[in-house]
Design a protein around this ligand. Structure first.
Ligand SMILES: C[S@@+](CC[C@H](N)C(=O)[O-])C[C@H]1O[C@@H](n2cnc3c(N)ncnc32)[C@H](O)[C@@H]1O
Length: 452
């Protein structure tokens, strides 16, 4: 039996050949054995096309190559079964589940990730998008040409002083007005699905490797720095180009048999029933905010009505945040405690941050265990990193924590990162041997099974 229906093959004819795998008839009965075998396969996928389907809608740091979730979903589930990613980011797992005729569920707390993953997995009538796009451009261009003073006044009144300061620092005056009037038109769209579609197209011209229409550079790597002398392109023109591209792609989502749902929820307490999920494929954030999503995402969220103050506050909700909380300190498993104590010998504050990370991941893994059906599997992809020179051994510690919450550890695969593709923070100023780069070159693929 093939895992991909003919209609889906036609839809995503650009899907790499290697991913048109045949479903292993044994996998339904022995997912544990299938997972063990998959973990020893090549999991790198370097050089493969990662921009097919809706995957190229928007940059997102540390996203999966789509072939990674695709491989596990193809072999470890049947069409119609439910695949969960509790830290879904840009929704790669959910998109792949849909392409493969499964039901994908994505969970995240980041407002941009939720919008992006929703847009990438929600079919829309392209005719509606085109119908709405026309007046958006007409009104925006008219306001820019004929009502500039009124527009400027509305702009000044809209943002609070901190948000305005941020915008003034990172965006040129012309761009500010362009973005403001496009965002204002988008805000007036009454249908939430359509509104989100336009917002994500707008966001994708800001959050790019080159900083898009902002004055920043390296936004896609969450390491923005200002590039003096940069002359950004016209936001209206870039937005128009982007919309055209996205409309073509979204039209094809309507043909998919699979379905997707994106939930705004904390992965430490998801509102899903016990024993309801057939497969989990996920990758948690790095410890100690090594990839700070909000640092880049605020560049577009400010245009959607968020203010800088509330966005900064939200950062502490992310797993791996730097702020130490007064929550009860859990006793973690032995090796994890040992790593935390090693770090504590060098920097006590950082050791608390690491304890917070592993404690939060303890709760996430407990939730994964709770919602997974018995005899089914979970795949957790985790990056290695160092804090104050101590290797925090996230692979080994999360494997230990997974076992502690009840999982059987089936195996640990490894993959080297394709730096160009997974969008890790690059060395600023081209310093390719920067410490941040050195500590993020490898990932561990932890395979778990819920035995009963
Ligand atoms: C490494 S990224 C996932 C990337 C994803 N695999 C992809 O392909 O796009 C980790 C995600 O975890 C999310 N996250 C952080 N804290 C969370 C929490 N408490 N609950 C749910 N998601 C969270 C972040 O917002 C981020 O989107």
């Amino acid at each position: 039996m093939t895992s991909i229906e003919p209609v889906q093959m036609d839809l995503f004819s650009c899907v790499p050949d290697g991913s048109r795998e045949h479903h292993d008839p044994q996998s339904r009965d022995h997912p544990r054995e299938t997972l063990r075998r998959l973990l020893s396969d090549d999991l790198e996928f370097h050089g493969e096309d990662t921009g097919y389907a809706t995957h190229n809608f928007h940059a997102f740091p540390a996203r999966f190559p789509p072939q990674l979730p695709r491989k596990f979903i193809s072999y470890l589930t049947q069409p119609g079964e439910i695949v969960l990613d509790p830290m879904a980011g840009s929704g790669t797992t959910v998109v792949e589940a849909m392409i493969l005729g499964r039901y994908g569920i994505g969970v995240d707390i980041d407002p941009l990730a939720i919008s992006l993953a929703s847009v990438k997995t929600t079919p829309i009538d392209p005719g509606e998008i085109i119908r709405i796009a026309r007046p958006i451009f007409q009104n925006a261009i008219a306001a820019l040409h004929h009502e500039r003073n009124t527009l400027r006044e509305a702009f000044e009144a809209y943002f609070d002083s901190d948000t305005k300061k941020f915008i003034d620092y990172w965006f040129r005056e012309d761009t500010q007005l362009e973005l403001f009037c496009i965002a204002r038109e988008i805000k007036a769209i009454s249908d939430a699905t359509l509104r989100r579609f336009f917002q994500i197209a707008l966001s994708s011209i800001i959050i790019t490797k080159s900083g898009g229409v902002s004055m920043a550079y390296d936004l896609a790597h969450t390491r923005p720095h200002k590039k003096e002398g940069k002359i950004p392109r016209s936001a209206i023109e870039e937005f128009q180009k982007r919309l055209k591209k996205n409309v073509k792609t979204i039209a094809k989502l309507n043909n998919l048999k699979g379905k997707g749902t994106i939930l705004c929820s904390d992965a430490q307490a998801v509102s899903l029933r016990d024993d309801s999920i057939d497969l989990i494929v996920t990758s948690p954030p790095y410890a100690s905010n090594a990839i700070d999503y909000m640092r880049a995402h605020k560049f577009s969220l400010v245009w959607f009505g968020y203010n800088i103050g509330s966005l900064s506050k939200k950062r502490s909700d992310y797993i791996g945040g730097e702020r130490i909380r007064n929550s009860p300190a859990y006793a973690l498993p032995e090796y994890t405690e040992y790593i935390i104590s090693q770090l504590g010998d060098r920097d006590l504050k950082k050791a608390h941050v690491l304890r917070r990370y592993y404690s939060e991941m303890y709760l996430c893994l407990s939730e994964m265990y709770r919602v997974l059906k018995p005899k089914r599997t979970a795949v957790v992809v985790v990056g290695s990193s160092t804090m104050r020179g101590v290797n925090i051994e996230a692979g080994r510690c999360l494997a230990e924590i997974g076992q502690n919450v009840g999982f059987d550890l089936v195996g640990i695969g490894q993959r080297r990162l394709d730096r160009d593709r997974r969008m890790m923070p690059a060395g600023i100023g081209g310093n390719s041997r920067s410490r941040i780069e050195e500590r993020m070159h490898k990932e561990y693929v932890l395979g778990f099974c819920k035995l009963k």
